[in-house]
Design a binder for this molecule. Sequence first.
Ligand SMILES: [Zn+2]
Length: 429
Amino acid sequence: MLAADGRGTSRDRVQRDDPDVLLAACAVARALCHLVSSWAAAAWRAFRNGPGIPKRTFAGKASPRAGPETTYKGETGGYSRVTKSSYVDRTIGSRDRDAIVQAHWTTRPKDDPDAAAVSHRLLVLAWHNVEPTWCFPATRGSGTRGLQAQLAFLRRTANVVPLAGALAALGRGDPLPPRPVALTFDDGYRDQLELAVPMLERLELPATFFLVPGLLDGTVQAWWEQLAWIFTRATKDSVVWEGRTVGLRSPAERRTSLLAVLENLKRRDRRGRDAALEELLDRCAPEGTLEERAAFLDWDAARRLDRRGFTVESHSLVHSILAEEPESGQEQDLVTSRRRLQQELDLPIDLLAYPNGKRGDYSRATVAAAARAGYSHALTTVEGWNRPSTEPYEVHRFVQQPERGVPGLAIVPLHRPWLWMRAIRDRRA
Ligand SMILES: [Zn+2]
């Protein structure tokens, strides 16, 4: 329809000029059709199956028709008529039900209502510092409070399992307890021993600490903390570095500049990064001195972690971004790191966490070097669940910010969320 002036009504213009509106309308209609058809299919299934088939309820509430023996059909997420015990027998063959309960390796009481709901998906969480550092600023005290809340929440709702055993079980295709979670800490910040370890001990939670021999020696610096200190304490309003102006006028501008330069330096080899740090130190002329040594564990502290029952594993020799190093250098780094930790701590070292750990921070060559260096598994910071099919040198982890507390755990998409909801409900006390 055209208006008298020939420009058309507003509706005409929307239809003619903005085909996105039509596309969006089609998408909404399609979504509604999909919803209605899935409801209809569910209703038909319920009608056809008749009584005795439990109804799905989000919080795991038993439907009036569900008997005490009915259960979820394990990994398929659907329901079946099978009882818990026959489900367990069918799923894991020769293992009996007690073995499943035994598989609640550490923290769960034996009367866990989900004992039969074995899992084949492992969630691995990673933390770094607890309290704020130059690179990871936060309100003082919030990291301690937040981590305490996160760990207490996991103690109540998850089965916190030792990482190495869980990875081995997953590799063999053996079942894990329901809602299995493994806890890891990277880099060896001192407050992991002083703040996190007492919390873990109180809650009786196992954890794995990925340490860097160079930082334990004190022969290398944590370059990300050094860079953050340079920018935070710079006495200049701006500096020119590699042809660009780096703004340092306000705290916000310093933070923006820091994040940009951090990403830039991650894409250099160790030598190039060290040279850039020297140059930035010189240009920014920060005031005071960096007391970095005190922020990280030394070898004595690493031995204390082991004596207190925690697992120590490798986080590379000097925390280089491995993919940026030559292939021969990567293997040498990983072999030496493993040997140093074994010798100094008199422990087997089988696991590796790639520094930084995102895709691009490790390469196919890194994976091959890790295997040749004798590690059984390597962990990334690429988010995801770990299944039996997960590549053993690309184990997924979700990095956590302690100061975000329990809401921070919400970044983790839960597998079989109704089991978690039930656990949250039942263990709130
Ligand atoms: Zn690290």
